[in-house]
Design a protein around this ligand. Structure first.
Ligand SMILES: Cc1cc2nc3c(=O)[nH]c(=O)nc-3n(C[C@H](O)[C@H](O)[C@H](O)COP(=O)(O)OP(=O)(O)OC[C@H]3O[C@@H](n4cnc5c(N)ncnc54)[C@H](O)[C@@H]3O)c2cc1C
Length: 305
């Protein structure tokens, strides 16, 4: 099916039967028929056209920190938006603000450090979120009272149906809690502009240090996971509800409700996608039965079922 691909795309960006567990923080998942990691926009456009013209199904991933890949993997093509599409630079806007324009493949931690180095405040909250700019915009990632939506003024994307590049500004993102309009569109996010205020570098460094300490002490960072498994319900915190329902440490195969932070489902070693899905469902059912609260997964499940 992919016989002609190396005539069109550079062979060094293509991998066949690629284990997806190597491309996500959960370390779970079967193989993708084909995984392409474009190094520039030209290669990304060629990849998208190749798949569109042959009717090949595509899945987009960034740093794989909010996804759970199926044990059967992905039939079709996974397009990984990595550091090759992650250039970033600071544009001085005026004496009060500056703008960082970052490619979708840049890691949030890098953009947060770039802001700190330029004495720009706002993105301190993002220093410990292990996602890419594209994934963070799509998910409206947030932590510790900060959210991507507070700083993104504009983003660009590739329409996979037409291969045209467009921009979205301000309200067009329709950001809300862990949501952006990109979640309903067949597009690939290419870049985002972050408008940041000039601030005091020592204060920025101190805030990043404190938030990093907080994460280390509260989250099970020593185990593979995809972060918080559930969205925050309207009436409280998922982790608190899960703990109150006696689910701390609940285990199925290699997947477990972390006893350090009940909002995290961790891979204790050799967990399968089915193990994680079993834990998710068990937690949802138990919390609903005991409290009436519906927990909605934050993790996005990808692949064959
Ligand atoms: C230890 C840990 C801590 C975490 N802490 C937080 C936290 O504090 N706050 C928080 O919000 N999240 C947190 N997360 C979850 C995760 O890091 C964020 O959701 C992050 O924004 C996902 O980015 P990603 O690049 O890894 O996206 P992926 O997981 O690769 O993808 C997520 C979704 O975005 C889509 N996508 C990715 N890139 C693009 C693109 N360029 N164009 C179009 N679609 C795209 C994918 O198709 C998928 O649907 C944590 C995860 C871990 C493992």
């Amino acid at each position: 099916m992919y016989k002609d691909i190396e005539k069109i795309l550079s062979p060094d960006i293509i991998r066949y039967d690629e284990p997806l567990k190597a491309h996500c923080t959960f370390k779970i998942g079967g193989a993708a028929d084909i995984l392409v990691t474009p190094k520039n926009i030209g290669q990304l456009k060629e990849t998208v056209s190749y798949a569109r013209e042959r009717g090949i199904r595509t899945v987009i991933i960034g740093n794989g920190s909010n996804v759970l890949f199926s044990d059967k993997g992905v039939r079709g093509m996974v397009i990984e938006i990595g550091p090759g599409l992650g250039g970033a630079e600071v544009h001085s806007a005026d004496c009060e603000y500056a703008v960082i324009r970052a490619g979708a493949g840049a890691l949030l931690s890098r953009i947060s450090s770039l802001a700190r180095d330029g004495s720009l405040t706002g993105l301190e909250f993002a220093c410990g979120i292990p996602g890419s700019v594209g994934g963070a915009v799509l998910m409206n990632a947030g932590a510790y009272d900060g959210e991507i939506s507070m700083y993104v003024t504009e983003s660009s994307y590739l329409d996979t149906d037409t291969s045209e590049i467009h921009t979205k500004k301000g309200d067009e993102h329709a950001f809300s809690y862990r949501y952006s309009s990109y979640q309903n569109e067949n597009v690939i996010i290419l870049s985002a502009d972050f408008k940041l205020k000039r601030g005091d570098k020592d204060g920025i460094c101190e805030k990043m240090r404190l938030l990093t300490e907080k994460r280390k002490s509260k989250q099970p960072l020593e185990f593979p996971s995809a972060g918080s498994a559930f969205k925050r319900p309207a009436d409280g915190y998922a982790a608190k509800l899960i703990e109150e329902c006696g689910l701390k440490g609940y285990t199925a195969g290699g997947a477990q409700v972390s006893d350090k932070h009940c909002g995290f489902i961790i891979n204790r070693g050799g967990a399968s996608c089915d193990d994680v899905l079993h834990v998710i469902e068990y937690v949802q059912n138990t919390v609903f039965r005991l409290t009436g609260t519906v927990l909605e997964p934050e993790i996005r499940v990808i692949g064959e079922r």
